[in-house]
Design a protein around this ligand. Structure first.
Ligand code: NAD
Length: 485
């Protein structure tokens, strides 16, 4: 018998314990060579004062086993709590979130019987950096961070995944017609890495039309790679369109570990009733087995599950006219166990390759060191909290505060240019971006110039709340030019 792989498990909240029990029962009967270490997470831990829902001692197990099979938890409402999932993903560097969304016609009702889409979502960056500020009475902001190494890792991961799984087509979605620098970087890296995979068909869609097409004709997609927020939204749409969020598994993969969980939540409305569907967590455990190199056991469990679905043994959430027997959570697990070794006749059986498809080619995925560009300071955007004054008056005041090195170029409000030559119809808040640029092209601006300018603004009673310096990188502006320019 092969050596057992240590796996950290957590039963979670709500339906978590009952679906975890069902999954552990199936894993045991399938003789999966796993050794479980249990940790506590979720509601109890939040209530005990751990703001992330996990205790320091649980990290020790996670860092040692590096494999986590997690049942859903109940996230408390309120601003004092942090998302456990975001904490785990960021702390362990789980940069890739993989969610296969598959239809099982006619056994699970779906309007899209041909659907088989895998969503690969970037997991660590974007608006999920959680850097938010209230800057004025009227304005709050959230920083959207997209990095080149982050894009390279997730996009290369997606291409390697496609190659490993025999995918023919890969789609990237962004909103780079609006966010030209952040989403533009994601799209540019997609184009760069595309060239290394000539056998694959590639496309890029703007996220809005892409989401509409995914909801309408999901059959046209095979694998979609996206930045964090779009991936979060689209993967739930895809799982629901495929048939049920109760069936969809997911894995979170990084260089130092992996976490496997169903995409649904803790379903407190049906907790303890023995009616929850354990399929999402079970199929996540199947992904885990493939990840740790137990492809044959993964295949055995997955095919037994497909046969159970095909034979019409269904939990309440997917029970329909194609079902033969309505099962409880425990009974459903027993039906799967009874079919271990069997294959489906109508649904396509799965065949997993030995190896680690979910984490393949780590060396290839690690990003190359970024090239250092020639970076030149050419000015600064100073954000002011300023109330009740027309833009022209603010412009006139700021003109008097220019320094010999920095001159006022424009003022925008919520990104719309309001000085010079703004329109009176433009609605303005108390948050003004004032762009100062160097007076002499050719000689770079200096930090001391900006400090001199800030000092003048401060002495004039202007309340600056934030500064963003303007740099050219190898002569190319590293900042948006602003609407209306
Ligand atoms: P939910 O996914 O728990 O439930 C939505 C609906 O789907 C409910 O009607 C529920 O009964 C049903 N459902 C979900 N899973 C099912 C299953 N396996 N079998 C049968 N029916 C199922 O979403 P929610 O109600 O918005 O959230 C409940 C709690 O779960 C919240 O505290 C939320 O923060 C948390 N949550 C946790 C995770 C996680 O731990 N990964 C993910 C999402 C939500």
């Amino acid at each position: 018998m092969s050596k057992k792989t240590p796996v950290t498990i957590a039963r979670g909240d709500g339906i978590g314990p009952e679906i975890m029990d069902a999954v552990l029962h199936i894993l045991k009967e399938a003789q999966a060579p796993l050794e479980f270490e249990e940790i506590e997470i979720g509601k109890k831990l939040y209530e005990a004062g751990h703001t992330s829902g996990i205790s320091p001692s649980a990290w020790e197990s996670l860092r040692r086993t590096r494999i986590f099979l997690k049942a859903p938890i109940t996230t408390p409402q309120g601003s004092g709590y942090k998302s456990l999932n975001v904490t785990i993903r960021k702390t362990l560097g789980l940069y890739a979130n993989v969610r296969p969304c598959v239809a099982y016609p006619p056994f699970v009702a779906t309007r899209h019987p041909q659907m088989k889409v895998t969503i690969i979502r970037e997991n660590e960056e974007d608006l999920y950096a959680g850097i938010e500020h209230r800057q004025t009475d009227e304005v709050t902001q959230c920083l959207k961070l997209i990095t080149r190494p982050g894009c390279e890792k997730i996009i290369r991961y997606a291409f390697e995944y496609a190659r490993h799984h025999g995918t023919r087509k890969i789609t990237c979605m962004t909103k780079d017609n609006i966010m030209k620098m952040t989403d533009g970087l994601f799209h540019a890296v997609f184009n760069e890495i595309s060239a290394e995979y000539p056998e694959l068909e590639k496309e890029h869609l703007i996220i809005d039309i892409g989401a509409a097409r995914l909801a309408d004709t999901p059959e046209r997609f095979e694998l979609i790679v996206l930045p964090n927020l779009y991936g979060d939204i689209l993967s739930d749409i895809a799982a629901q369109v495929a048939g049920s969020v109760g069936l969809a598994p997911s894995c979170n993969i990084g260089d130092h570990g992996a976490m496997f969980e169903a995409i649904h939540g803790s379903a407190p409305d049906i907790a303890g009733l023995n009616i929850a569907n354990p399929s999402g967590l079970l199929l996540s455990a199947v992904m885990m087995l493939v990840h740790i190199g137990e492809a044959k056991i993964a295949e055995k469990i997955h095919n037994a599950w497909l046969k159970t679905i095909e034979d019409g043994f269904h939990t309440k959430d997917i029970f329909s006219s194609h079902s033969a027997h309505q099962c409880g959570t425990r009974e459903f697990a027993k039906e799967i166990i009874a079919r271990l070794g069997a294959s489906p006749n109508k649904l396509k059986p799965v065949a997993y390759q030995d190896g680690r498809p979910a984490s393949m080619a780590r060396a290839a995925i690690s990003s190359a060191p970024s090239r250092t560009a020639r970076k030149e300071l050419i000015g600064t955007d100073i954000f002011l909290d300023w109330k009740g004054i027309p833009p022209d008056e603010l412009g006139a005041k700021l003109k008097t505060l220019e320094t010999p090195s920095l001159q006022l170029k424009m003022i925008t409000n919520r990104g719309v240019k309001v000085w010079p030559e703004g329109l009176p119809e433009t609605f303005c808040t108390d948050h003004w971006r004032c762009r100062f640029v160097r007076t002499q092209t050719g000689s770079p601006a200096k930090s001391a110039d900006i400090i001199e300018l800030l000092d003048k603004l401060s002495k004039a009673g202007l309340n600056f709340i934030k500064l963003e310096n303007l740099y050219d990188f190898d002569g190319i502006p590293g900042y948006s030019l602003g609407q209306g320019q």
